[in-house]
Design a protein around this ligand. Structure first.
Ligand SMILES: *Cc1c(COP(=O)(O)O)cnc(C)c1O
Length: 432
């Protein structure tokens, strides 16, 4: 926090397409989609107009005892586009809240389903998981520096690892896949009677530093959760809305989760909104006479905010109209091509990529740099100097161009990152 105060952090006052502009008039290419949210760029006419039109009707009412047009239309749109079986939508206003909603629904579901059974009070999550910064979502997260301080406040969980993709070594990838699937199977065997759900970030653990999973893991985890009768809870907050090349990551392994959480890209990166989708089977266990108290007692003040829902509807329609998925698939190749030459750099340990999500891991002789050098952060400062905003996760530089970004801007992004890494490495060599 001290550093933040010392680094002349730009104050963003406006935007123009894929660029942000600060109070001093500097322009920055938005290289991380304003923290993984932005889909179409900024000041997109269709989304701006949708919000203005809604503003002329009503900015906010509530979904507690009332409803509103945009929230109904958006729910309909989400049910049609998300994987099969997800039929009901619960709105909240940030990703972490959407995940908390999923956890509470899963916990309550097992108590209320017919032939009610013993309480299931555990969740399984994966090493490297990130699902938000609230007490509940930290409990199912496993990035130490985000949560270790709060450990005594967190609830107990069961966890295991995901197999990583090894694009250069398919045999190793398959072995890892089999190994970690059998580990998952053992844990489910042991705990399934008290497990309310398995929570996963499908295909990519983003906050872990863009960790790409071995292909097939999601599908086989789905099969296991069905076999052991525990819910599969898919957190697509980061990977949803085109970042992996399909609208939702689950599509790539034909997986239909029991619960799906969406946020970040849901409104095109315009307004805070999250949606937790569930199957009819889950929904129906919450029905019954009012005095039975089966209701899901969870209501955020701004649930179903009409402005946010109007933005989301406009963004989803633009994904079709502008063929954003096609662009995202094209950008996958552009990123791969433009970053290829970086692989030879002695300080690049690994470049991980899925769709338009990229993590470039910097290291020295394969080991992390001393933390006090803040190497990753230095690289982002060097990028900023060259007119690109990015964020690092420790020594991983994360590139997350908006799925609709034009190709030349993505080329520029890669070019600037390459130059910035080279500059910082040069400077470090002189110091150590
Ligand atoms: C960002 C993120 C969250 C948390 O969303 P917030 O809106 O920041 O609360 C949860 N899960 C994943 C996978 C994320 O990337």
């Amino acid at each position: 926090m001290s550093e933040f105060r010392n680094e002349n952090t730009p104050v963003i006052v406006e935007a123009d397409g894929f660029h942000l502009i600060d109070a001093l008039g500097h322009r920055y290419l938005d290289g991380h989609s304003s923290l993984w949210c932005n889909i179409h760029g900024h000041r997109v006419r269709a989304i701006d107009q949708a919000i203005r039109a809604q503003l002329d009707r009503v900015a906010h009412s509530t979904l507690l005892g009332l409803s509103n047009g945009p929230s109904i239309e958006l729910a309909d749109e989400l049910v049609r586009r998300t994987p099969d079986g997800l039929q009901k939508v619960f709105y909240s206003d940030c990703g972490a809240a959407g995940v908390e909603v999923a956890l509470k629904i899963a916990y309550q579901f097992y108590q209320q389903r017919p032939n009610g059974e013993q309480i299931r009070d555990k969740f399984l999550h994966f090493d490297g998981a990130y699902h938000g910064d609230t007490i509940g979502t930290m409990s199912i997260g496993s990035i130490g520096r985000f949560k270790h301080l709060y450990n005594p406040l967190l609830f107990p969980v069961v966890w295991t690892s995901v197999p990583n993709a090894s694009p250069d070594n398919p045999d190793q990838e398959r072995q890892q896949l089999d190994y970690w699937i059998s580990e998952l199977e053992k844990l489910l065997e042991l705990h399934h009677e008290t497990l309310a759900g398995v929570v996963i970030e499908p295909l990519v653990q983003a906050a872990a530093g863009i960790k790409v999973q071995a292909s097939g893991f999601l599908k086989r985890a789905r099969e296991l959760t069905r076999r052991f009768d525990t819910l599969l809870i898919a957190d697509e907050i980061a990977v949803g809305f085109g970042r992996t090349g399909t609208l939702f990551a689950c599509e790539q392994e034909s997986v239909d989760p029991d619960i799906l959480i969406l946020s970040k890209g849901l409104t095109g990166g315009y307004l805070p909104l999250a949606a937790t989708l569930v199957t009819d089977e889950i929904y129906e266990t919450f029905l019954g006479d009012p005095w039975l108290g089966r209701t899901f007692y969870h209501g955020h003040t701004y649930t179903g905010n009409p402005l946010a829902c109007a933005a989301a509807l406009a963004s989803i329609r633009l994904i079709d109209e502008n063929q954003v998925l096609k662009n995202s698939q094209r950008l996958e190749g552009v990123l791969r091509r433009e970053l290829e030459s970086l692989k030879a750099h002695p300080n690049i340990k690994e470049i991980r990529q899925k769709g338009t999500m990229v993590g470039i891991e910097i290291a020295i002789d394969g080991e992390p740099f001393p933390v006090e050098l803040r190497i990753g952060h230095q690289v982002t400062l060097a990028c900023r100097k060259r007119g690109v905003v990015l964020r690092n996760i420790a020594d991983v530089i994360v590139l997350m161009p908006a799925p609709a970004m034009p190709e030349p801007l993505v080329e520029e992004l890669c070019h600037v990152v390459g130059e910035s890494i080279a500059e910082v490495m040069q400077a470090v060599k002189q110091r150590i």
